[in-house]
Design a protein around this ligand. Sequence first.
Ligand code: ADQ
Length: 474
Amino acid sequence: LDQARMDKAAQPVAPPVLEGRLIAVSNRVSRPAKGASPGGLAQALSEALRGAQGMWIGWSGDHGESGAELELEKHGDITFGLLDIEATTFHRYYEGYANSVLWPLFHSRAELVERTTGDFAAYTEVNAAFADQVAAIAQPNDIIWVHDYHFLILAEALRERGVDGTIGLFLHIPFPPLEIFRRLPEARTIVRALAAYDTIGVQTRRDAARLAECMAAIGEGAIRTARGGFRVDTFGETVHIAAKPIGTQPEEIRASLAKPRPPEVDAYLRMTADRLTLIGVDRLDYSKGIPNRLRAFERYLRADPSRAATTIFTQIAPLTREGVAAYGAVRQEVERLAGRIIGQFGGFAASPLSLLTRPVDRVGVAHLLAGSDVAMVTPLADGMNLVAKEYVAAQDPNDPGVLILSRYAGAAEDMTDALIVDPADIEGMARAIEAARLMPKGERRERYRSLMGVVERTRIDRWIDACMKDFVAA
Ligand code: ADQ
């Protein structure tokens, strides 16, 4: 009976049947490409769209002229709608308002906010351009599912264009405390626009409470608890807000692990087989706490320099958003710290640290996660952090590795059986590495079972199902 129950839990969840089509909107779309394996989110979203004769709309990756039309591309049952955005407008919207204002502020880094003239105007313009296109194709029963901080004001623009069906938003990044959000000169404009959504999903219960409080405070509205979250009445509208923690698809990781290790990864894992291996996998973003983790590793080595011969920490951190100054600064800091560690503790033939600032494909990442004794996931702030869940999903249940997880990752709200650390506490993180090294197999297995429970409960097909149910109820 237990086996039957377990088999049932492992079954993929079929997305609910919607009356209309599902139209997803995100800054970037993920089209099926030959040779490349798409991430779990792209795969699952494609699955949901396929079941609903769906469309996925986003930026084409090209600039072209303003006022361009959607270019439609059909891949199987999914139609992709791609929009060109003129270069200067795109830069002010993307590197500008989205990534130099909203991203740092929502990650509670107000000191990194950089305003440029016209950034919010460009953001508004891009949201309006997408609204024009979506309004032109949307039919009355369609459900419009908007993704992330690039499109906070899209629903209002759609309402102005006569769209009155269900519109939902999922915010992938954290929502900041009221006193930080309030610093935005556009705070009230954004809250008014958010009120045009029927339902907003966020990563954690804490984000849901913060968003509800913020909307009620700035919009002088009222909050009630409803459907596992909150209902906020503000600006003459009612918005439902709830935590819908995103996850990973363990089958996708297992499928990657069933493929052969890329030769480079294979050579690395063979060479390090008798060492303690630590892994970090992040975009090189200041929110990910990479410098803190390098300092902790340095502290761990300094406590006993002989560890340098028996330990290796590999950090994969491909460069991202290079057009934004704060990213250049964190890159320099990471490279300086890595150089210092290699200089102090490296030998002629080996080093306890490797740093790669180029991307590694998903199959290689899955094998690296599976083959590492410890994962360091130590963001200063993070909506969820999928690497934490991917690491657990990649482990051997009989001999699993140890997850060191920042209390500031959304993942920490549920993954309480990881070794939870505060990335500001360098000494505490160094102690966590030591604790991971010494952890008996029995304890590793117990923690793994609990963490894998969270990974299964928040699997991406279940996440999509929960979001769809919310749209139907909205
Ligand atoms: P990201 O900030 O990009 O996402 P994260 O969730 O860790 O953060 O990663 C997304 C995906 O990219 C993962 O599948 C991961 O394996 C992959 N990835 C990251 N670094 C990589 C690397 N160096 N090489 C190869 N692959 C890499 C945003 C939010 C997160 C939230 C996600 C999903 O910031 O908090 O979890 O969206 O909602």
